[in-house]
Design a protein around this ligand. Structure first.
Ligand code: G
Ligand code: G
Ligand code: MN
Ligand code: NA
Length: 252
């Protein structure tokens, strides 16, 4: 309840911030884009984890306002970066946002206002997002895709309806959850899961991002198994925009 009240003032109080984590193309080791992640620093509580405040923001509907703010902020920043390199920005969409009428129209307006071309925007949705009202969500996702935006299924493998939704959704990117990526390269059972997700996704014409890549062993295994992109501490933690360096060559 305390967090809920505090969160309401966070946006006007300038307590919300956006951090960016690089997403790397594995074959070339080039930064292809960034995932934009919301950060909240309360004046007395200090940093509050998104794991704590995103669910509250979803329940209260605050995510609709905060999410629109983040999208515009990230789009404007990425438009600037694209003067240097053709990077994209990947933004998480909460269920609540996806179910808000007129979402695609407002996203289209943000693209026009910021000058970010649609190919510079990826939107991430989770499978759990469709469970309540799949038809309405599907309609919105098709509208977003028709704008030329790239859609991703996030946290893949952690939901319950993976296979049927993977085929029905107009997504072109599958993000494998960190829980499965942790175990690759050591010969353990997660390797079979990740291999299966890669084969299935590629068979459907989707590209695959491995999340939570922390080691060279994981990276080498993923590259050898034709994973398209990687994201994780090996390449960089989420950082504020001014500290986010556009690495055009090999990341250090
Ligand atoms: O990077 P981090 O640990 O802070 O992210 C924790 C969780 O919060 C992730 O699952 C991420 O998807 C979610 N998250 C971070 N920023 C946003 C946002 O702007 N919108 C939504 N809907 N979720 C976010
Ligand atoms: O959107 P999503 O739910 O995937 O959010 C990603 C979360 O994972 C964020 O909280 C981010 O800070 C965290 N994260 C990103 N890269 C790594 C990593 O390499 N290792 C670990 N442990 N966490 C990571
Ligand atoms: Mn994500
Ligand atoms: Na994820």
């Amino acid at each position: 309840v305390i967090l809920e009240r505090a969160l309401r003032g966070a946006l006007d109080g300038g307590q919300l911030d956006v951090h960016y984590q690089p997403l790397v193309h594995l074959a070339t080791e080039r930064v292809d884009g960034f995932e934009a992640l919301m950060r909240w620093t309360h004046p007395t509580l200090g940093p509050v984890s998104p794991v704590e405040f995103i669910p509250i923001a979803e329940d209260t509907g605050f995510i609709v306002t905060a999410g629109a703010w983040l999208l515009e902020e990230a789009a404007a920043r990425t438009r600037e970066w694209r003067a240097t390199a053709p990077v994209h920005v990947s933004v998480n969409l909460a269920v609540r946002q996806l179910r808000e009428p007129g979402l695609a129209e407002r996203v289209g307006e943000i693209l026009i206002r910021t000058g970010l071309p649609p190919e510079g925007l990826w939107l991430e949705v989770t499978e759990s997002g469709f469970m309540d009202d799949p038809d309405a969500c599907l309609h919105t996702l098709h509208e977003l895709r028709d704008l030329g935006i790239t859609l991703c299924i996030d946290d893949f493998g952690t939901g319950f309806s993976s296979l049927s939704y993977l085929q029905r959704l107009p997504v072109s990117i599958v993000k494998i959850d960190r829980a499965f990526v942790t175990g690759v390269g050591d010969g353990g059972p997660d390797e079979s899961i990740v291999r299966a997700v890669l084969a299935m996704s590629h068979a459907m014409g989707h590209r695959v991002v491995a999340e939570g890549v922390e080691t060279v062993v994981q990276r080498d295994w993923l590259r050898a198994n034709d994973c398209d992109y990687a994201q994780g501490w090996l390449y960089g933690k989420p950082l504020p925009a001014p500290e986010t360096r556009l690495t055009l060559g090999r990341p250090s």
